[in-house]
Design a protein around this ligand. Sequence first.
Ligand SMILES: Nc1ncnc2c1ncn2[C@@H]1O[C@H](COP(=O)(O)OP(=O)(O)OP(=O)(O)O)[C@@H](O)[C@H]1O
Ligand SMILES: [Mg+2]
Length: 228
Amino acid sequence: MQESVIKLSHATAYQGESLVINDVSFEIARGEFVYLVGKTGSGKSSILKMLYGDIIPASGDVTVAGFHLNKLSSAKMPYLRRKLGIVFQDFQLLTDRSVHDNLRFVLKATGWNDKHKIAQRINEVLDYVKLNTKGFKMPYELSGGEQQRVVIARALLNNPEIILADEPTGNLDPETSDEIVRLLIELCEHKGTAMLMASHDYLTIKKYPARTLFCEHGKIKETAPEAV
Ligand SMILES: Nc1ncnc2c1ncn2[C@@H]1O[C@H](COP(=O)(O)OP(=O)(O)OP(=O)(O)O)[C@@H](O)[C@H]1O
Ligand SMILES: [Mg+2]
């Protein structure tokens, strides 16, 4: 197996009093595309939140992009986050500023200062998601699919090793969902970004089969995509 960019070994975690991740072990290799499926409340978002550093593992070992999350100090958290691209449903665009300004905001917050480099990087990621003519639009002037492409562009700004996506097609029509998933798959293939994508979108999973992890009561098992 290639080098793992995500590795969980007997990981356990709580949200409040409830055990939401229960003895979970799996690995994801560089550039690998993986679906995370399972019923509502089964623990998919909790796993993504743990990988993002939002929920601290209570036991076991969790390594993400070379960071050991069990003993990650809050001072190191920004360094972890720079290796991750996040495409969460509840992690949407700032509504009071343009697409450009949304992207500039993230670059500045992650230590970019040079105006020319900032402008260049924004153009590159907007080109990648085919929105180079829409940089001056406000989020409300874009369709749902276009907004989600901006969210993906934002996730790409710092060339992440890993993208964590929580139901990125949840609010989109089937055709637009298809376009977004193809964009994410292409990213893995062309840029070597690993992807863990929580999804209820079984039509897409059937159309673009890939390794699939099945989540149930906070536990994970490998499953065949056609079993979903
Ligand atoms: N902040 C919280 N405090 C306490 N329990 C929580 C919290 N957030 C989630 N949970 C519980 O954790 C369990 C897993 O929830 P999680 O959101 O990870 O499920 P999910 O698989 O993402 O579901 P969905 O498909 O609906 O998004 C659920 O039992 C839920 O009630
Ligand atoms: Mg969820």
